[in-house]
Design a protein around this ligand. Structure first.
Ligand SMILES: [Zn+2]
Length: 258
């Protein structure tokens, strides 16, 4: 059976939620309707702490991915302002049996920043076909040849499968059967959890800051109301964000990613 875009999307969201769970018990996922997706280019958004990350998922068909210029252009208007906010995600698997065989779906889900996809659209075509070369960590286009670097989602967003358990606080606590002590320690004393989550997240800024500045040293401008978010996209996006006022609800700091 074909690994459909929707199946890939829900499984990716589930896997990323699982990777976040020790630090965030309530990751806020927003799924867009088809009309909203047409206007904004967005499949799904994730709000973690005070930041919003945007995803556009692609399914593999006949060994390739098809990207539309119009969609890429809309997403680019956001990505130019917030480069670490907007991602294309590509599954390595084309069928459900292959997808089910992976130990970690995130490891076999490849990400590219929307701004990095640009070279694929140098010609004037409305859409472009790309093939994934997972061994070379690249998406490739023929005639003219272009290569776009991609990263595994484990490396990009963090995942337990990348960690060295023997050296982590959690690994040591597990070895000593001190699991609960570890989590209480985290909660009470705010023990740094960076080595438990992925090194990739340390010091890296993700997403569009929503509602407030989460880091006083960060000079990116926070988005405080829906109109500002709409204007990041284009006129057509006005409809897309109707009803998404929930984005601006206060979100507990306690559940923010480390
Ligand atoms: Zn992983």
């Amino acid at each position: 059976m074909r690994f459909a875009e929707k199946s890939f999307e829900v499984r990716f969201c589930a896997a990323l939620s699982a990777a976040m769970m020790p630090f965030n018990r309530n990751p806020l996922w927003y799924g867009m309707t088809q009309a909203q997706e047409r206007a904004s280019g967005i499949d799904t958004m994730l709000r973690h702490g005070g930041d919003l990350v945007i995803f556009q998922f692609k399914a593999k068909q006949g060994g390739k991915f098809t990207l539309e210029r119009d969609q890429w252009r809309v997403l680019t208007s956001v990505a130019r302002k917030y480069p670490e906010s907007t991602y294309y995600v590509f599954p390595e698997a084309e069928d459900t049996i292959t997808a089910a065989s992976y130990g970690c779906l995130l490891e076999r889900s490849w990400c590219a920043k929307v701004t990095d996809i640009g070279p694929a659209f140098r010609s004037s075509s409305k859409s472009v076909n790309l093939t994934l070369n997972a061994a070379a960590k690249s998406l490739e286009k023929k005639r003219p040849t272009k290569k776009i670097a991609v990263s595994s989602s484990c490396g990009m967003f963090g995942c337990f499968c990348t960690m060295d358990w023997s050296r982590s606080h959690l690994g040591r606590a597990l070895a000593r059967h001190e699991f609960l002590t570890y989590f209480f320690g985290l909660k009470l004393f705010g023990e740094p959890a960076g080595d438990v989550y992925a090194p990739a997240l340390e010091g890296k800024r993700f997403g569009i800051p929503i509602g407030r500045k989460s880091d006083p040293l960060d000079d990116s401008e926070p988005i405080t109301e829906r109109g500002q978010l709409e204007r990041l996209f284009s006129d057509s996006a006005e409809q897309a964000f109707r009803g998404l006022w929930g984005l601006f609800l206060p979100h507990s700091d306690r559940t923010a990613l480390p």
